[in-house]
Design a protein around this ligand. Sequence first.
Ligand code: ZN
Length: 416
Amino acid sequence: MSINCGIRHSRRPRWPVFFLTSIICFYISILFRLPESPGGSQQFVGQFATTGLQAEPATGDVAGGLAGADSLRIERQHGPVHLTLPRGYTLPEPQQRVFETADYQLIAYSRSFAQGELMYVEIRPPGSTAGTDSADAGSQAADDSSADSDDGPAKTPRFPEENFQIMVSFADKGEPVDRRNWGYRAFIALAPALTPGAHPLRVSIGEPGHLRHYGHNIAVADTRFPVYTSQLDLGRFSDQTTSYTAEELALIRRSSAHKATAFARRTPLQIESRFAHPRDEHHVTSPFYSTRVVQRYVIKNGRRQNLEPRRNTHTGLDLRGLTGAPIYALANGEVAIAEKMFFEGNVTFIDHGMGILSVYMHQSELLVQAGQQVEAGQLIGKTGATGMVTGPHLHLSLYIRGVPVEPLSLICLPVQ
Ligand SMILES: [Zn+2]
């Protein structure tokens, strides 16, 4: 956004403000820019709605029992993953695509292989029994009932430790892989802007210098991201005459530098078979990647002159939360940022490794510090209305090396 340091006019047309306020009193957006990241410049939009104080119906899902969670949350096993979820919230079963080659078995998982979702890929040696990793580090081989040999327990196939290379790309973009005892895994964004249709998932594997190359098609489904065409007047953000104080500008600049540092981090992957929903209730108040049209204007001599409106895209998910409600870490990681920013308010960035960041905005209270290790489900802060908001909620974002994905598309994945 442009920042003009002009005079701020107090006289404004009254009826449009009143008219729009009556519509959007619980529904406003804010926009701000992220610094340049490796993926190019991104517009980062916070957008939220509070919908009053209706209580969530307490339809308790008690299958799986309670194990230490508070009364609003439930712990359960979902495939290999230990989950902490709001009571009554059920996760979709992810879809999977299986590809076999002479060199490996590849399984890709995604909620529905649609634009804006996360894709999780496992690559195992040929002959592996997918999904039966369960700590097969060699110490528990005795209970392997699937052994088809009379000579003792079957040996789990392994990729060579040395003189071995594997490279993965999706939609012609290289993606990092993480080595596990059973093979390799990758977390790949099905970017919201990816064209629906088939995209190549390529694997190169073998001895360095003698790689064999394979390609598989992943069909990416269309996601109907909501588009709201009514134009919003966002007050200070629509009014291009708005100026910022020196302290605000200093905070904005400092925040931008810190965000750039967080986005540039490349640390070892910390994601294990444990996820949590970030709240103790599930109520989406503004969906991921919805687009809104925002008015822009200047005030000259007390008159409003309209400029070209701007389309803003919401790169996160807004979840209901009154001031003081708990916020939990989605997955294990290290706190990269926990501080007050101008637009985001009190915000926490958790670095899950390999360029995967989760972001929690507008908190009333930060309960962790930069540099601290956190675990999935750990209380990290309280929801609030700090930053450019008019009502409390949690804005949650998930970035895969700079690409935003629907944050909850992570937690249904059978990550090992
Ligand atoms: Zn938001």
